[in-house]
Design a protein around this ligand. Structure first.
Ligand code: ATP
Length: 727
């Protein structure tokens, strides 16, 4: 990489557009005092993003824009563009030419461009840093800044050397790693803190979540059992209900039958009752008749008795006993025969009976007289007539009595018939009643059975209702009854299932009901905890890898620094003795010792090895050593020796030196130009100078002039070999 050209327009005294084309090697800018040469160095600083006004010799941004002169108006914008050849891709972008540009306006606005595209200052600074073109170090060494490295403190010197060696980048990386490390430590502490905070809560949540899980498992089991039980039970209940319905139906039919049968019997009984009553109807009449007959018979019998008494009494008076003779017997028998013959002619049956009766009696009396041998002789005809009359009456009455007896027998016969019929009716009623009673008893039993079956059915209805409600409730809790429909089909024991359900319900009651959200919280907290554990691990890994990086960087920086430091020292001594024609110079690493107050107020000494860099010189032919005693020229020579030592050890792509050779005498100017000649193969030089020797070394020479118009003008004086130089 090298500078190709610089374009300035409106910057400080460069009111006109001016272009400086550079070549590899040395480009010198010459011109009278105040013509605007240093403004070119300022333009280079400016375009590289310098933010310090002081570094570009200004107070405010307006000072950077051409402020006008008596002959020329002021300008409103200053622009500087710097072209690089980037074939070696020192700038890590895909362009072989990189143009950086900066514009500034009167209002202070700055604009930055990379290859024509506007960018932020940050982008520009980063790009420049990537190409290792530091501003801080020695890329542009201004007039009077030559001995800056000598003026600096040991620590600053070390910094400058670091930058010159390109170690700044690693230092920055190291600082970055350290910052990251402390940041990581903070994060680790935070993560560990939160982890510690979470742990007890997580334990608590875990226990709760386990309980929830246990509960869920039990609930799941319970649901399965409930489902099983519900199925079995519903089936059983349905079957029982069907059975009870059938039974009830059968009983009901039987009841209806029985009732009909009973009604039929009742009806029969009613008719039967009438029959019984009717069967008695003739009895009272017959009884009355019988009674009447009896009464009549009694009176007839009494009458007959009376008559018999009277006849007996009359017989005493009418009869006298005389000896029986045959005449008498014949007379009697003839009489009897007549009487009988008379009677036989009678039409009346009764009269005949009476005549026979009388005949019999008379015959008997005659027989009696014959046996006794005596005959009663009637004393009195009247009495005999009376007696005859009475006997007649007696016969009539006897007839009556006989008739009545016959009648009584008839009546009794009739009554026996009625009683028999009545009894038969009664018997029938009795049988019917018994039948009815039996049926009624059966009916009662059937009704009892019916109501028992109904009660059972009612019980099953209620159970079914409860089961259905429970089922609905379970369904609302998400139990899917369509799943495992046959779960209950193989259920071992309904009772056992029911007991298990009870046991599970009891167990569930004893497990605290925990908010389901706890589970979610547990999962989240666990995830967070795991994340934190992982993060803690990552952070620990990051810390150890950062330590490793720092260690590696430290190792590398230390090795490179030591290596380079040795070389710088060699070159420093070399250039020093060359410029001073003798003597020696060296750089030394110094430690820093500090007194600190310890934790208990004690004084602690802290020593930091390799803290900074000290410069030690010993001039030729002089006894004094050290920087303090050097003259102005000697200081300038020493800083040049050091600058060249740095440049030769770690050559920068380009170096701008602004009148750094001013204090050199002729002999030293020669030596200076010799050294430049040595170094230009590795570093491109832009040198603002009044020194002829330096001009002689230049490959390109520009002259800067300023007329009365106050505008700097460029003049290409030499382009090619030093021999063509025209001043
Ligand atoms: P020397 O050889 O004495 O160091 P030089 O050539 O380096 O001089 P510079 O310091 O570069 O000179 O230029 C200074 C000149 O630039 C002064 O004349 C100053 O007036 C002019 N100048 C500086 N800033 C502006 C500006 N903003 N507008 C116009 N002219 C300016």
């Amino acid at each position: 990489m090298y500078l190709q050209k610089l374009e300035v327009h409106g910057f400080k005294s460069f009111a006109q557009s001016a272009t400086l084309e550079f070549q590899r090697g040395i480009s010198a800018v010459v011109g009278p005092n105040g013509s605007g040469k240093s403004n070119i160095a300022d333009a280079l600083r400016f375009v590289l993003g310098e933010q310090s006004m002081k570094s570009i010799r200004s107070k405010k941004s307006e000072d950077l824009i051409f402020s006008g002169s008596t002959k020329r108006a002021r300008m409103n914008m200053a622009s500087v563009a710097l072209h690089f050849d980037n074939h070696d891709h020192m700038f890590p972008i895909d362009f072989t030419t990189v143009v950086i540009q900066r514009k500034i306006f009167r209002d202070g606005e700055n604009q930055y461009y990379i290859n024509g595209a506007q960018v932020r200052l940050k982008d520009l600074t980063e790009l420049i840093a990537k190409a290792k073109l530091g501003l801080k170090g020695y890329t542009i060494i201004n007039q009077g800044m030559g001995d800056a490295i000598l003026e600096s403190s040991p620590k600053e010197r070390k910094e400058i050397i670091f930058e010159a060696l390109g170690l700044k980048e690693f230092q920055l990386k190291r600082a970055d790693a350290i910052a990251k490390l402390s940041h990581t430590h903070v994060n680790l502490e935070k993560a560990e803190g939160i982890t510690r905070e979470i742990e007890p809560h997580l334990k608590f949540l875990k226990r709760q979540a386990e309980k929830i899980e246990e509960r869920q498992e039990l609930e799941e089991k319970l649901r399965t059992l409930e489902r099983m039980y519900m199925h079995t039970r519903l089936r059983a209940v349905d079957a029982a209900l069907d059975q009870r319905k059938q039974q009830a139906g059968a009983h009901e039919r039987r009841i209806v039958e029985l009732r009909e049968a009973i009604d039929a019997i009742s009806l029969k009984l009613d008719t039967q009752g009438e029959g019984v009553t009717h069967s008695f109807e003739g009895v009272s009449h017959l009884e009355a008749e019988l009674m009447k007959e009896e009464v009549q018979r009694n009176s007839v019998e009494r009458e007959i008795g009376k008559i018999e008494g009277m006849i007996a009494a009359l017989e005493g008076a009418e009869e006298r006993f005389v000896a029986l003779d045959v005449g008498y017997v014949r007379e009697k028998l003839e009489q009897l025969n007549n009487n009988l013959a008379d009677a036989l002619h009678s039409d009346s049956h009764d009269a005949l009976r009476s005549a026979v009766h009388e005949f019999s009696q008379k015959l008997n009396a005659l027989l009696h007289e014959v046996r006794s041998g005596n005959v009663s002789v009637k004393a009195d005809q009247k009495a005999v007539d009376k007696s005859h009359q009475l006997r007649e009456e007696g016969r009539r009455l006897s007839g009556l009595l006989e008739e009545s007896g016959k009648r009584v027998r008839e009546i009794k016969e009739q009554m026996r018939g009625i009683y028999a019929a009545h009894d038969a009716e009664k018997e029938k009623t009795f049988v019917l009643r018994n039948e009815k009673r039996e049926k009624e008893l059966t009916l009662l039993r059937e009704e009892e059975k019916f109501s028992a079956v109904n009660a059972e059915a009612e019980h099953f209805y209620r159970e079914r209702e409860v089961l259905h409600k429970e089922k609905e409730m379970l369904e609302s809790r998400g139990v899917d009854f369509r799943i495992g429909d046959d779960a209950g089909g193989h259920s071992a024991d309904e009772e056992e299932t029911r007991r298990n359900i009870e046991r599970l319900r009891l167990r569930l009651e004893n497990i605290d009901l925990i908010d389901e959200n706890i589970k979610k919280e547990y999962d989240e907290t666990l995830a967070r905890y795991n994340f934190l554990i992982k993060e803690t691990e990552d952070l620990r890994n990051a810390i150890s890898s950062l330590h490793k990086i720092i260690e590696e960087l430290d190792g590398m920086i230390s090795v490179r620094f030591k290596d380079a430091f040795k070389k710088i020292n060699e070159h420093f001594n070399e250039y020093f003795s060359l410029l001073f024609d003798g003597g020696s110079a060296r750089l030394e690493m110094v430690a820093e010792e500090r007194e600190l107050t310890g934790e208990e107020g004690e004084i602690v000494r802290e020593r930091k090895e390799d803290y900074g860099v000290d410069v030690d010189v010993s001039l030729p032919r002089k006894k004094t050593t050290g920087l303090a005693v050097l003259s102005g020229g000697e200081r300038a020579l020493t800083s040049l020796a050091l600058l060249f030592a740095l440049v030769s050890t770690s050559p920068p792509p380009f170096l701008v030196l602004d009148e750094i050779d001013a204090p050199l005498d002729e002999a030293n100017s020669l030596r200076f130009s010799k050294i430049l000649h040595e170094l230009k193969s590795h570093t491109q030089f832009v040198i603002i100078t009044h020194n002829r020797e330096t001009m002689r070394q230049a490959d390109t020479l520009y002259g800067v002039t300023m007329q009365e118009d106050g505008v700097s003008k460029l003049l290409s004086l030499k382009f090619g070999t030093p021999d063509d130089m025209v001043v």
